[in-house]
Each structure stands twice: as structure tokens, then as C-alpha cells.
Design a protein around this ligand. Structure first.
Ligand SMILES: Nc1ncnc2c1ncn2[C@@H]1O[C@H](COP(=O)(O)OP(=O)(O)O)[C@@H](O)[C@H]1O
Ligand SMILES: [Mg+2]
Length: 273
């Protein structure tokens, strides 16, 4: 990937506008730290780039090397090199993890991967990542601990070797050793000209993976971009400086509450009034 361009992106979830005009460019070999308080739209941006159908793009563009990402299905986005390690990876009972991983790899190739080659890679990466190999034989994410789910996302990334990986709070639920292992994996992939967009609340992860720059999302917009000193500043001071130094209001803007009566509120006094 040479560049991913996001232009004036507006995204709604269940009729509520969450992203209100995001502009961001990610170049080859960029490693962008995406910061911002909780609930301001970081995961929404990542989900919209990957093509989660719950997230409706109402306006704007996403282009990968000039190609229209919004016209692509999720699997086409993946084949074009885009990868998302989810904040909350879903459990998929009935689908064996190893089968899922092998199918994902094969969907990216003309010829299916040879079984011994797949298991050799799987075994090597599991050892590197300190993932017990039996995790591969269990149903996808079912009953995995928080940390195992996150490491399984990285295992997928290592096997698929995407051009552009988005990692959503990959370090939450990981202990210090696991964070070191995950960071090592990211550093390893960075050598292959990969680009990253990485959401985390912890300076510790960023210290280990050396982002090239930082972007801050507030109220569904990227309000500030800068070098990595921004990460340090936020780690020390929080987001208050945005108000003081840039007059950016960080209070979450709520959409007007709809006055419709939902099933859950039918019997509430207030709605009867
Ligand atoms: N699937 C969803 N269904 C309903 N609301 C959602 C969904 N995903 C996100 N939202 C809402 O969108 C807003 C932004 O959420 P999110 O993108 O997860 O923020 P962040 O990742 O910055 O914490 C929140 O108000 C959240 O409740
Ligand atoms: Mg999030």
C-alpha cells in the first residue's frame, strides 16, 4: 500500500452520527497512533474502514492507492491488504480456530497453502507469541481469556501479513510480558513496509512500537495531528490541554435524544405522561 486516504468521512451507527467528517492520510511505512477519550469514535473509524455493515457511511471517501474502499466488500478490503485486530473479538462457536486461520490465508492466495506449511508457520508463530498450540484447535475465541483473544488477533495478522493493519486497543487485557511479545511482532512486521493505525490508551505500548506520528480524535473528528510528543503530553496531562491551548471542546456532544417510545420504555411513567 502506498497510501490510504480518508476524506470527510461521516459514519452513523443505528441512525446516530458518530463520525462527523474525519480526514486522515496514512502512507506506506506510517505507524499512526490514534488517540482520544473513550466513546469519541476511534473504534467506529476502524470498523468503517474494515466495512462492518453496522457502521453506515453517509458521506465521504476512503481510498486505498486510489481505489474506492467503500465499494469493496469486507473480503475485498482484506484482499487489498487491510486488516483489523478488533477491540472486542467475537466468539464464534463451531468454527475451529485453525480452520478459520487456514481459510483466511487461502482466501488470499490462488493455490491453497500446503498443510505442513500452514502448521509449520502456525507452530512457529504460536511459539514466538507464547500462545499455547491447543488454542488453534479450539473454537474461534470461545472461552479465550481477554489476553488470548488479543494474541489470537496478532496471530492472524502474522499469518496474513497485511499491508495495513489497524490495531484497536490490542494491549488492553495483556500483561507486561504479553505486551512485549505483541510489540515484538509489530516491530517485526514493520520491517516489511507495513503501515499501522494503532489505538491505545497506554504510552507504554507506544514506547515499544515507535509510532511515526499521532492523531487525536474528539467528537468524531481528527482535531489534531502531530509528532509523537503528543503521546507523552496526553500521558502526562490528559486531554485538557486541547481546550486550553487549541480551544477544542472535548466534552462529548450527544445527539438529541429521540422522543420515540421504545419497547424497553413502554411501561415507564415518563412515557405514559
Ligand atoms: N455497534 C454500536 N451500536 C451502538 N452504538 C455504537 C456502536 N458502536 C459505537 N457506538 C457508539 O458510538 C460512539 C463512539 O464509540 P467508539 O467508536 O467505540 O468510541 P471509542 O473507540 O473512541 O471509545 C459511542 O457513543 C458508542 O456508544
Ligand atoms: Mg474503542
Amino acid at each position: 500500500m502506498q497510501e490510504l486516504v480518508i476524506k470527510n468521512l461521516h459514519v452513523s451507527v443505528e441512525g446516530k452520527e458518530i463520525l462527523k467528517g474525519v480526514n486522515l492520510v496514512i502512507n506506506k511505512k506510517d505507524n499512526v497512533a490514534l488517540l482520544g477519550p473513550n466513546g469519541h469514535g476511534k473504534s467506529t473509524l476502524l470498523a468503517a474502514i474494515m466495512g462492518n455493515p453496522k457502521y453506515e457511511v453517509t458521506k465521504g471517501e476512503i481510498l486505498i492507492d486510489g481505489k474506492d474502499v467503500l465499494k469493496m466488500s469486507v473480503d475485498e478490503r482484506s484482499k487489498n491488504g487491510i486488516f483489523l485486530a478488533m477491540q472486542y473479538p467475537p466468539e464464534v462457536p463451531g468454527v475451529v480456530n485453525a480452520d478459520f486461520l487456514k481459510s483466511a490465508i487461502n482466501a488470499h492466495r490462488d493455490q491453497p497453502i500446503k498443510l505442513f506449511e500452514f502448521y509449520r508457520d502456525l507452530d512457529r508463530i504460536c511459539k514466538e507469541m507464547n500462545i499455547p498450540l491447543d488454542l488453534a484447535n479450539r473454537f474461534l475465541n470461545e472461552g479465550f481469556s481477554g489476553g488470548e483473544k488479543k494474541r489470537n488477533e496478532i496471530l492472524q495478522m502474522m499469518l496474513l501479513k497485511p499491508d495495513f493493519a489497524m490495531l484497536d486497543e490490542i494491549d488492553s487485557g495483556l500483561d507486561v510480558d504479553a505486551i512485549n511479545i505483541v510489540s515484538k511482532a509489530i516491530n517485526e512486521l514493520e520491517k516489511n513496509d507495513m503501515s499501522f493505525l494503532i489505538v491505545s490508551h497506554y504510552a507504554r505500548l507506544y514506547e515499544l512500537i515507535h509510532p511515526t506520528r499521532a492523531a487525536i480524535m474528539i467528537n468524531g473528528r481528527i482535531v489534531l495531528e502531530g509528532d509523537t510528543s503528543l503521546i507523552e503530553k496526553i500521558d502526562k496531562e490528559g486531554y485538557e490541554f486541547l481546550k486550553k491551548e487549541y480551544n477544542i471542546n472535548i466534552k462529548k456532544e450527544e445527539s438529541p435524544v429521540m422522543n420515540s417510545v421504545s419497547l424497553g420504555s413502554c411501561a415507564v411513567k415518563q412515557t405514559i405522561k
